[in-house]
Each structure stands twice: as C-alpha cells, then as structure tokens.
Design a protein around this ligand. Sequence first.
Ligand code: HEC
Length: 208
Amino acid sequence: MVDLKLRAAPLIASALLGGCTLLDDGKRQFPTAEEAIAASFKTTDSAWRQRLVQDETQRLCSKAHDRPDKATAERIEKMNLAMKIAYPQSGTLVGDWKRGEVLAQSGYGLRVGDTAPNRPTGGNCYACHRLQARELSYGTLGPSLLGYGKMRGNSEAVVKYTYDKIWNAQAFSACSSMPRFGHNGILTPAQIADLVALLVDPASPVNQ
Ligand code: HEC
C-alpha cells in the first residue's frame, strides 16, 4: 500500500503541476487556472467551448467562493430574476409527473462521450434531492423534496415558483449549487413542467 502511494506520488505531483508549467524565463505557461483548463480542452465544438466561459453570475460566485456577502447575493438574485424565462407552449406549467420521474432519475446528457444525440437530457435531481420514499439512492446536497406538494399545495403561486426555481435556481438563492436547468438550456420548458408535476401533483409518488 505504502509502495503504491510512493509510486503514485510523482504522477500526482506532475498532474498538479501540469497547469502551471514554468517557461524558461520563469513565467507560468498558463497564468490562470481558466487558461490551463481551456488549453487542455481539446474539442473545437463551439457550443462546448462556450461552456468554459463564465457568465457574470458565475464570475461573482467564483470570486466569493460561493459565499457571497448580502449585497452581492442580492445583486446576483436580482440579475437572475430579471433574465428571460420561457414557458411551455401548452400554456400549463404542470405536465406529467410520470415523465418527470424518469427525468429526475436520468443523468444522461451534456457529458463528454454521450453517444445518443436523440436521447433526452435528464435532470439528475436524485443526485442532490430525496424525492420519493421508495427510492433509496439519492444525494443530500440539496434539501429533501419528499412531500413537497403535500406541504405547499399546488396553488398558482407555488406552481410558478417551482417552475421558475427549476428554470433558474440562482434567481432565488445566489450561488446555489443547483444547475440553472432552463436558463442554461439543459432542460426544455416541457420537461420542466413535467418536473413541476412530479413535485406538486397529489398523485405523484413525491406526495404519497
Ligand atoms: C447539484 C445539486 C442539485 C441538483 C442536480 C438539483 N438540485 Fe435542486 N437544489 C439544490 C440545492 C443545493 C438547493 C437548495 C439551495 C437553493 O434553493 O438553490 C436546491 C433547491 C431546490 C428547490 C427549492 C426547494 C425549496 O424549498 O424551495 C427545488 C424545487 C429543487 N431544488 C428542485 C430540483 C429539481 C426538480 C431538480 C432536477 C431537475 C434539482 N433540483 C436538481 C441542489 C440541486
């Protein structure tokens, strides 16, 4: 075991130093971590490369190590609240909870190596939330959403908040680790409506 660690040590050290190789004149090859990451990112797909560019929200959150002071948090939430939200063409924000459950379970999409372009991107909600009692495998980075609709009801205000929250979590909680699913084009409006249904529909397993 010790031997293994010792052998791995130079590898780890060189991997860590990889991003800050010193040039002959003693200057760093990549002055910032962002530049090192961009240089090691081989794809030329512009949509992927664009994902390396931080927007103002991410920049402010990185600067604050995701712990913004009150004024910065308010600025971030206000900025995100003012951003455009698209609603489903169906006109209803509550879709089909059964489709929502499939989405909540699926972590497919937006990963290097995904091979089925027509397979819908998932929401991966269980990675961070408990949603139904029967599911034993869930993450705890986010609060439990078990009984969400049972506790809050499904009034227009609750439904709209839930939709808008999934669309852009940072409009309500600056520097949240929850992805901005609609804002960043991860999920479509119709998919988000299905997730709203999963949370608020009395028949959904979330509310049993
Ligand atoms: C990477 C972790 C992560 C993922 C994935 C994630 N969330 Fe969250 N979520 C959080 C965290 C952390 C919070 C609490 C902070 C906040 O409100 O943003 C939260 C909060 C929420 C809230 C607000 C709860 C309240 O009390 O008002 C809702 C609703 C929600 N998430 C739904 C979802 C749904 C639906 C999905 C899947 C599409 C999802 N989340 C995926 C981390 C995550």
